[in-house]
Design a protein around this ligand. Structure first.
Ligand code: NI
Length: 135
């Protein structure tokens, strides 16, 4: 029997989508408003799922306090109120699209949770636009 426990988190961050090796014209054509050189922000909503077996002694799949602390350390402390392009090393040469942000978050969490758990990352960039990455 396996279940999934979910924890929600939130961060605000600024970004700009562009490629340095493309002309302004091409960046504008592909990324539109998201290529604004002055950056723009999003209220990101994150839902992390941890799948595994229930511990028969505790009745827990995972201690939510541990999950909360790991998400805070790996995601909120690194991304909240940051300019992703400038202040977050993972995006120095990686476009901070919601797709890439979800993959970066998943990789950071994968390093922290026991391998016996499966991890899923659901990231909302807007209330209507979101991505799910399961590794
Ligand atoms: Ni954007």
């Amino acid at each position: 029997m396996s279940l999934t426990v979910y924890r929600k988190a939130h961060f605000n961050a600024a970004h700009r989508l562009y490629r340095k090796d493309w002309s302004d014209e091409k960046n504008n054509k592909v990324f539109g408003k998201c290529n604004n050189p002055n950056f723009h922000g999003h209220n990101y909503e994150l839902i992390v799922g941890i799948t595994g077996e229930i511990n028969k002694e505790t009745g827990y799949l995972i201690d939510l306090k541990i999950m909360k602390d790991i998400i805070k350390e790996e995601v909120e402390d690194s991304f909240d109120h940051k300019n992703l392009n400038i202040e977050v090393s993972e995006f120095k040469s990686l476009n901070p699209t919601m797709e890439n942000i979800a993959i970066v978050i998943w990789n950071k969490l994968r390093n922290r949770f026991d391998i016996k758990y499966e991890i899923s990352v659901k990231l909302y960039e807007t209330p209507r636009n979101f991505v799910i990455y399961n590794g």
